[in-house]
Design a protein around this ligand. Sequence first.
Ligand SMILES: [Cu+2]
Length: 230
Amino acid sequence: MKQRSPAFVIGLIASIILGFGIVAGVVLSLRSIAGLGYEPSMLQATKTGLNTAELDLATFPDSHVCHADQGEPQIDWVTYCPSTSLEVPPNSLITVVIKQYDGASGLYNDFFQKVQGTVGGVAMYNNKPMSQIKADDAAHTFTIQSQPDEPNPIFVSVPLLGVPDNAPNLANGYPKPNVIEFQFRTGPAGHVYIWHCYVPCGNDRESPYGFSGPMTTTGFMAGTVTVTNY
Ligand SMILES: [Cu+2]
């Protein structure tokens, strides 16, 4: 067997240690990403015809329906359901239907009380078209934004009307939802947008802390909209 120089052996040991360090670094950074939320399984909009599709979502005042396995404190967080990782087809008219089961916590920024970027500039609230709601009546918003330098920007923002605080709970433990429906158009495939709720609906729901918890966690009040062929 050929004799190796001490320098070679030291180099070998150093690279093994460095290798472990890199692997540990990757694992730790992935863990910190997990700390910001997680990526739920993809929800594809259901194709309803040539270049049309429907996305069915819900918003709940807690996570018992959508994140039953999450434990404390996440189980008590407000959430979108069944997923926040959304996929829609390209060059299509997308109809979004949101069943909104939560009470209002209100907006601080009136910009988000307006319906923006939808077809016709309106959303249907229980079948009634409106272009805005009262800021105090918003439970959540569904707001799609574009990443920097996005060549096909999309901006859509729809405030979701809260159910009255005294609305009776039904058999499933939730009140009758407000049904909010709106449409927007997608461009070419291969573009990823982000979306977020802008009602400070997080943990204690009081300024300025309402942006904590579910509001900073993908899988609850934020996610992605990916335009892709399927
Ligand atoms: Cu929200």
